[in-house]
Write a protein that binds this ligand. Structure first.
Ligand SMILES: [Zn+2]
Ligand SMILES: [Zn+2]
Length: 318
C-alpha cells in the first residue's frame, strides 16, 4: 500500500499543505488542499506523476475541515464522479447552514473579546471561507474511531485525535507504524488548539488542549516510526516531538499563569499580553491559544475561573 505525499500551495500564512494519495483500490485521497487554481493545478500534476487520474479516485478522506485541507473536496468528488467523502461527525467547517458563527460569537464574547474585534474576526473568517466548498449533510459519510479503511493490500485504522479541531482524525497503518496525522502532528510548530464550540454542547467551549494531550498520548501508544503531517516534512522521531510538545505546553502554561494579575484577567487580555503585535489574522489564533492554556490550567486546579459581567475572569489561586 503506497502512501504518496503531494504538496500543494495555499494562500495561508502556514504555507503549503500536504495531501496523501493511497494509490491502490479503492484509490483514496486524504485531504484535498484549498479551493484555489494553484492548488488544483498542483494536485492534478501530483496525481499525473503518480499515474492516477482524478476520475480514478473513489474515496476522499478529510483529516479535518479547515479550508487548507478540505477546500477542493467537492470539486475533486465531482470530477471523480461521486467518490465517497468521509469526515468525522464532530467537524463542522465543511457544512452548509451551520450556526457556528453565533456560537463562536458567544464564546469570544465570554473570553472578553470586544465586539468590534469579533466583527473583524467575522469578516476575516468570511474571507477564508472562499477557499472551501460546503457539503450538505447527506453528501458525506462519517469517519468512526477505531474503524478501518480497507485497501487491496492493507488497512488504515481510523483514530479520532481531537484537539486542533474537535473532529480531527489520524490514520494508522499498524503493519509498519506509519501515521497520517493531519494538523495533529507538525514537525516545526506546535499545532494551535483552535477555539471551538463543544460538539456535544455548543454553548460550551471544547476542551481543546486537554483533548489534544490525550490524542498525542494515544498516538504514542502506536509507537510511530513515521508520521506524515498536514504541513512540512514527515516526523521520524515521534518521541522527541512528543516530549518537545509537552515541554512547550508546560512553558506556555507557566507563562499564562505568570501573566495573570491578582485582580484577574480575561483570556483576551492575556492574549494581548502574550502576542502584543498580533495582527488581525492572528488575533483569533492568539485568543484561541490563551483560552486553551488558561482552560487547561483551570482544569488542573492551578487557577480559578469566575463568571463576571458575562465575561469569564481567570484568577491566580491564593
Ligand atoms: Zn488545521
Ligand atoms: Zn492545516
Amino acid at each position: 500500500m503506497r502512501i504518496i505525499p503531494i504538496s500543494l500551495p495555499t494562500p495561508f500564512y502556514i504555507g503549503p499543505v500536504n495531501v496523501y494519495l493511497i494509490a491502490e483500490d479503492p484509490i483514496t485521497l486524504i485531504d484535498t488542499g484549498p479551493k484555489t487554481r494553484a492548488a488544483n493545478d498542483a494536485l492534478h500534476e501530483g496525481l499525473r506523476k503518480a499515474r492516477i487520474r482524478v476520475s480514478d479516485i473513489r474515496r476522499i478522506v478529510l483529516t479535518h475541515a479547515h479550508e487548507d485541507h478540505c477546500g477542493l473536496a467537492r470539486s475533486v468528488r465531482d470530477e471523480a464522479k461521486d467518490a465517497e467523502v468521509l469526515v468525522h461527525a464532530w467537524e463542522t467547517g465543511h457544512r452548509i447552514g451551520r450556526l457556528e458563527y453565533e456560537e463562536h460569537r458567544t464564546l469570544l464574547g465570554r473570553a472578553g473579546v470586544p465586539p468590534e474585534e469579533i466583527e473583524t474576526m467575522r469578516k476575516m473568517y468570511a474571507g477564508v471561507r472562499q477557499y472551501a466548498d460546503s457539503f450538505e449533510a447527506n453528501e458525506y459519510n462519517e469517519l468512526r474511531d477505531e474503524e478501518e479503511l480497507e485497501f487491496e493490500t492493507g488497512t488504515l485504522r481510523i483514530v479520532h485525535t481531537p484537539g486542533h479541531t474537535p473532529g480531527s482524525c489520524s490514520f494508522v497503518r499498524e503493519a509498519d507504524r506509519t501515521v497520517i496525522a493531519g494538523d495533529c502532528v507538525l514537525k516545526r510548530i506546535t499545532p494551535n488548539p483552535i477555539l471551538s464550540p463543544d460538539p456535544i454542547d455548543p454553548s460550551k467551549r471544547f476542551a481543546s488542549l486537554a483533548e489534544y494531550l490525550v490524542s498525542l498520548a494515544r498516538l504514542r501508544t502506536f509507537a510511530p516510526t513515521l508520521v506524515y503531517g498536514g504541513h512540512g516534512e514527515p516526523v521520524h522521531d515521534f518521541e522527541e516531538l512528543f516530549n518537545r510538545y509537552f515541554r512547550a505546553i508546560r512553558d506556555r502554561q507557566a507563562e499564562v499563569i505568570r501573566l495573570l494579575p491578582k485582580t484577574g484577567a480575561t483570556a483576551w487580555e492575556i492574549a494581548r499580553e502574550m502576542f502584543p503585535g498580533a495582527d488581525d489574522v492572528h488575533r483569533f489564533l492568539a485568543v484561541s491559544e490563551a483560552v486553551a492554556h488558561l482552560d487547561l490550567a483551570h482544569s488542573e486546579g492551578k487557577i480559578k475561573l469566575e463568571l463576571g459581567d458575562a465575561k469569564e475572569i481567570y484568577r491566580p489561586i491564593g
